[in-house]
Structures are given as structure tokens and as C-alpha cells.
Ligand binder design. Structure first.
Ligand code: SF4
Length: 322
């Protein structure tokens, strides 16, 4: 499969402000050297605890957040080098769907106005064509043309998230970042929305970056998984291989915490001690060493390299250094 997005050594460092006058006091490393490749038509999931940088990564690959350094190659073009107008045109190809469908929709706007806005921003279309497109996209996401007249407060959570998906789709993008798209929904509605996303992906040849903390959802929806911790990538691999044989101690701990109804398949839960350290003051060496059950003396001082373990599997851990 051909790559649609290649991220190389991506960094986002924020100055940390201190005191009444906001003096700069060090840098927080929200993203610290992230590299990944997403192929056309696949779903690449990013998992990790809160504070891992996964949402920052999703927004940075769309340049909703400006990176500090690194490259983001979308369809062969390094978009970090594009000016504002070229980036505005590219927004038709790259879209985002947010976690909270209620918070991301303007409560004063009808669904029709919400869907009309991106069309008017990017194209010169007649009122009739705009109406036709709005009605068509509502049907594509499982709503009806009558929903165009409704306000967000008149819709259920699942319907609001369908509107959020319709807003992303109306410009006919190639690539969509989903930031926890089902975590605010009831479990039964989650399944409907995930089925819709799968259906849309195959019908419209879409590629997804799917940010989530829910490993069961990730296992269901994705082809590849990247595991993040404190702004760094810990492991990348094909979904089933990563879930059945996690390489990195952090991935092993995350997967051991997934509830397993079959007692024969249950493995021992790995409980991590302590909290995730602040990205303002990350640990030296391997950033996971303060919580790692397999830490060795060198882990506190030497940062592990990004290692290729087999054809599609990568990790950063001294356990795999020869
Ligand atoms: Fe644990 Fe060391 Fe591997 Fe980090 S490098 S995950 S501390 S064993």
C-alpha cells in the first residue's frame, strides 16, 4: 500500500511560563521525535494515557498546532513548508472529528448551517448545489434531509456525532483525524458509529488517524497501532500482532489491563506504580523508567533507540538492544 502520510522526527515543545510576568522556565515536550507512516485506506490508531501527546499529534499532523520541527509529508508534499493559502486549500483533503460532538457544534446554528459553512469557505457553489450536497451527506451518515433544520440540542449524542462526521466529509477529504470520536457516547451507540466509520472508509476510500484511550475500540477499528507515552512513541505495529504479543513493557501493561471475560485467556495484570510524570520535567534516559517493571540500570540515563524488531514492528526499549 502507498503511504498517504509520513511523519518524521516531529517535535512540539512549548515554553513553560512561570510567575506574574510569565517568565519562560524550560520547555514542555508535548511531542518529542515522533515518526510514523500511514498507508492509503488504513486506520492507524494512537493510544496512550492522558498527557501522552496523542491529541497534540492528531492536531499537529493537520497543522491545527504548528510543529516546532520535523516534517509532515501528506500525499508527497511536506505540508510544514506550505503557506497559509496552500494550507487552506489542503484543508479540503484533511479533516478532523472531535470527541465532544456537542462542544464542537455551534448551538446557535442549525445542522444545515453547520454543513454549509465549510462549503461556502472553500467553494463558490449555488444555493441549490449546497442544499443538494447537504442533503446527500446527511443521508451518507445515516441521517435525513429533515435533520438540516434541527439545532444540536434537538439531537441525540449519536446524531450529533453523525453531524460532526458529515461536517468532516462534506469537503470530500482523503484523510480524517478522529480524536476520541466515540468516548462520549453510550456503548450501544459507539458500536453504530464505529460501523458507520468502517462503512464510510471502504465506500469513500478514506484513511484514518484514530486517537483513543480505549484499547477495545482500537483493536476493533484499526490496522496499525502506535503507543505513546510522555510525547514519545513507545511501539508501533500491526494491530493483532501488537495485541497478541506486545513488545514494550508499557504496551504490555496497557494490554494486561483490558478486561478479559474468558478466564482461560486472562493474563496477569501488570499494575504500573505512580502517575505519568509531567512533560515539563520528563525523566532522563527512557521516559518510562520511573514506572517500568523491567527497568535496568542503564534505563535511567540512556535513551533507547527506535528499533525495528521485525518487518512491521518497532519499539524503543533497551530489552531489544543487542
Ligand atoms: Fe523499561 Fe528500560 Fe525498556 Fe524503558 S528501556 S521500557 S525502562 S526496560
Amino acid at each position: 500500500m502507498l503511504p498517504i502520510l509520513e511523519v518524521k522526527d516531529l517535535k512540539k515543545h512549548y515554553p513553560v511560563k512561570k510567575g506574574i510576568f510569565g517568565r519562560t522556565n524550560g520547555m514542555a515536550k508535548a511531542l518529542d521525535g515522533i515518526s510514523l507512516t500511514i498507508c492509503k485506506g488504513e486506520t492507524f490508531a494512537i493510544v496512550g494515557e492522558s498527557g501522552s501527546g496523542k491529541t497534540t499529534l492528531g492536531k499537529t499532523v493537520l497543522r491545527l498546532i504548528e510543529p516546532t520541527s520535523g516534517s509532515i509529508i501528506f500525499d508527497g508534499v511536506d505540508i510544514t513548508q506550505l503557506g497559509a493559502e496552500s494550507m487552506r486549500q489542503l484543508k479540503t483533503d484533511m479533516q478532523m472529528v472531535y470527541q465532544d460532538p456537542y462542544g464542537s457544534l455551534d448551538p446557535k446554528w442549525t445542522v444545515g448551517r453547520t454543513l454549509e459553512e465549510p462549503l461556502r469557505t472553500h467553494y463558490s457553489l449555488s444555493a441549490q448545489v449546497i442544499t443538494e450536497r447537504i442533503h446527500r451527506i446527511l443521508e451518507v451518515v445515516g441521517l435525513t434531509p429533515q435533520h438540516a433544520l434541527r439545532y444540536p440540542y434537538e439531537l441525540s449524542g449519536g446524531q450529533r456525532q453523525r453531524v460532526g462526521i458529515a461536517r468532516a466529509l462534506i469537503l470530500e477529504p482523503k484523510f480524517i483525524v478522529f480524536d476520541e470520536p466515540v468516548s462520549a457516547l453510550d456503548v450501544s451507540i459507539q458500536a453504530q458509529v464505529l460501523t458507520l466509520l468502517e462503512d464510510l472508509q471502504s465506500r469513500l476510500s478514506l484513511t484514518y488517524l484514530f486517537v483513543s484511550h480505549d484499547l477495545s475500540v482500537v483493536r476493533y477499528i484499526s490496522n496499525q497501532v502506535g503507543v505513546m507515552y510522555l510525547g514519545k512513541m513507545m511501539e508501533v505495529g500491526p494491530t493483532e500482532a501488537l495485541f497478541s504479543d506486545p513488545l514494550h513493557p508499557y504496551t504490555q501493561a496497557l494490554i494486561s489491563a483490558i478486561p478479559e471475560p474468558n478466564p482461560d485467556k486472562r493474563s496477569e495484570r501488570i499494575v504500573l506504580s505512580g502517575e505519568v510524570p509531567s512533560p515539563r520535567n520528563p525523566p532522563s534516559g527512557c521516559v518510562f523508567h520511573t514506572r517500568c517493571p523491567k527497568a535496568m540500570p542503564q534505563c535511567a540515563s540512556i535513551q533507547p533507540e527506535w528499533l525495528q524488531i521485525s518487518e512491521n514492528r518497532y519499539t524503543a526499549c533497551h530489552l531489544y538492544t543487542n
